[in-house]
Design a protein around this ligand. Sequence first.
Ligand code: PMP
Length: 406
Amino acid sequence: MNYTDYFENTLRDLKDEGNYRVFADLERHRGAFPKATNRGDENREVTIWCSNDYLGMGQHPDVIAAMHDTLDQVGAGAGGTRNISGTTHQHVMLEAELADLHRKEAALLFTSGYVSNWAALGTLAAKIPDCLVLSDALNHASMIEGIRHSKAERKIWRHNDLAHLEELLAAQPLSRPKLIAFESVYSMDGDIAPIAEICDLADRYNAMTYLDEVHAVGLYGPRGGGIAEREGLMDRIDVIEGTLGKAYGVIGGYIAASSALCDFVRSFASGFIFTTALPPAVAAGANASVRHLKSSNAERRAHKDKVAEVRARLDDIGIPHITNPSHIIPVMVGDPVKCKYLSDVLMADHGIYIQPINYPTVPKGTERLRITPSPVHSAEDIDNLISALETLWAKCQLARLPLAAQ
Ligand code: PMP
């Protein structure tokens, strides 16, 4: 085989399908989010409309100060895996803070949300004897990979379909160990799982619950504990998994659960054991962010207002977007080439950065622009976004909602 030919041909196919990923070379500036410099495009200023730094916490003075101070005090890296000298006081404090956030006995840090799902789900599913994993059809790749890696038997339940989940649960002996894996806010459609009803089923059929709150922690609940906190359900979830890289603005992932479960995962998960711990300054920055959002509702309130405003303005001009109860606004395009074209023109002509979301991230035919307003987008930013979308929708003759149907 000519390897280079194979790589190049495969990439050409991706390009032809409109699914080739091109990254914007962005330079962020302290305190200036959502503005950034596009170093890949003559250093022009762009407004970012697709960041998962949902609340702008990546630029929060408390977070930056905590990272600076810790860097000055303890240096750059953790110096080892958690097991071999890499557990610093900053890791220990952050785990305590996260356990408290979710009202759990313990928490366990990983280098990212991806790794936490892969490692924790993979370990639980592999090590619990005869475990059956019931996985929502729209679960994130990190959960799917963890479950696959475990080699445990798995059954996929139709997305958010309680009747289907129950059917699968009821077909198993009550005594068989079962793990229900799902998300609270689904990242691409922005819909929210019926958590209470899933917990009811878990109780009835003797199953454990594993909830990914990656797109909810920091954003929902009176202390930022996620949808489960908002709905008073944290104590009914066995494992809450979250990230420190989205609403908290830094990086890292974690699970919060009972002491026994965290200790079990800590003891067996290769993705926890055999990798260098996060830098202490990162742990300190994330901790500052978690602590801030535990006591401040201002960012959450402003975020909600901005999301509502962008939605209303899209409705005013008939741009189709999925109606959902979360902060994610998927503007539907339904064609990968058009989606990429829109994204390119938004950047080139309007200085607006929205990454196209194409297959395999979303099913073919549901390609979209995923818009994520933040509290720091200004009224002018919103005006510019809406007028650019209006212009492009007309130019590309894309479908609009009939205004009467809105
Ligand atoms: N779970 C979900 C639902 C996600 O969307 C993501 C990231 N896109 C992750 C987990 C992984 O989190 P992280 O970015 O911290 O690795």
